[in-house]
Ligand binder design. Structure first.
Ligand code: G3H
Ligand code: 13P
Ligand code: ZN
Length: 328
């Protein structure tokens, strides 16, 4: 059934696990996540970005998720809007039936320029007032996603900022986080700890100087009752990169967030872990391999089948790694 995000995250906090939130854009991704959850007994967070709603169309996104609920009625499922850029976008998602919304007030409505703290408080509180009356959960964001490394280069995810910022300025400030929660009364807070969206997060395996897991502990100590959210949490598996390259893809050397670091974060209040890129990599590797090995095939169902299976496999792996097995 459709459940509230708050309910799922409260349960995760009480039982010490984290829930991966998967971005979905099409039928195959929805089916991959649902079958993986069904087989592991995990709770589900399906999230749709503005890009997803544009790609599939609002009605398709809504009905794909409703179809998932109809097909797997026993699996607890949250329909979450990822990175809402304004209160209006959140209002639209609530109207569509989403049970949870993210108001990302860390950036202005253009999705590029960094917002002031006061602006962030204002828009987030507006969404909380509107959403809570309707039983809808609200996620906000404080801090600036993106690492010092990625800030220097050209960022492909639209979240790039001035290269002049220091690591300290990017990361979420624990004191400010406490004030933000007090002023907005949100349910979940996305924090910046050095991760960024997309495949190109780090040019080497991340260590403490570029991935600030320690910061999570400080934030959690200040706001123990607020569920923390980690964006940009794909692990960018090296075997998938190798497979993509082997079958004609062109991807530079890159590293994601190690699973062990996410598991450490879960011990300190991180309850929602956003993953999109890993599914993209898994599907692309499978499609490339299939078409390479079967050059005469042209039925999309034939190459989307291994792509769905590959997505399902990585989703299952994450459910198990984050402790979701049997929690649904
Ligand atoms: O926020 C980033 C997610 O990976 C969604 O990506 O905006 O390309 O759909 P997207
Ligand atoms: P990745 O690009 O690391 O998968 O992050 C996705 C995300 O944070 C969506 O909001
Ligand atoms: Zn994100």
């Amino acid at each position: 059934p459709l459940v509230s995000m708050r309910q799922l995250l409260d349960h995760a906090a009480e039982n010490g696990y984290g829930i991966p939130a998967f971005n979905v854009n099409n039928l195959e991704q929805v089916q991959a996540v649902m079958t993986a959850a069904d087989e592991t007994g995990a709770p589900v967070i399906l999230q749709a970005s503005a890009g997803a709603r544009k790609y599939a169309g609002e009605a398709f996104i809504k009905h794909l998720i409703l179809a998932a609920i109809e097909t797997w009625p026993k699996v607890p499922l949250v329909m979450h809007q990822d990175h809402g850029q304004s209160p209006d976008v959140c209002k639209g998602a609530i109207g569509l039936g989403f049970s949870s919304v993210m108001m990302d007030g860390s950036l202005m409505a253009d999705g590029k320029s960094i917002a002031s703290y006061d602006y962030n408080v204002d828009v987030t509180r507006t969404v909380v007032d509107m959403a809570h009356k309707l039983g809808v959960t609200v996620e906000g964001e404080l801090g600036c996603l993106g690492s010092l490394e990625t800030m220097k280069g050209d960022k492909e995810d639209g979240h790039g900022t001035e290269a002049t910022m220091t690591m300290e300025q990017l990361l979420t400030d624990p004191e400010q986080a406490a004030d933000f929660v007090k002023q907005t009364q949100l349910d979940a807070l996305a924090i910046a700890i050095g991760t960024s969206h997309g495949a190109y997060k780090f040019t080497r395996k991340p260590t403490g100087d570029i991935l600030a897991i320690g910061r999570i502990k400080e934030i959690h100590r200040r706001i123990p009752n607020t569920h923390l959210v980690m964006h940009g949490s794909s692990s960018v598996p090296q075997d998938l990169l190798a497979e993509i390259r082997k079958y004609g893809g062109d991807m530079k050397e890159t590293y994601g967030v190690p699973i062990s670091e996410i598991q450490e974060a879960i011990k300190h209040g991180v309850r929602k872990i956003n993953i999109d890129t890993d599914i993209r990599l898994a599907m692309t590797a499978a499609v490339r391999k299939f078409l390479h090995e079967n050059p005469s095939k042209f039925d999309p169902r034939e190459y989307l089948k291994p792509a769905t299976a590959a997505a399902k496999a990585i989703v299952k792996q994450r459910y198990i790694e984050f402790g979701c097995e049997g929690q649904g």
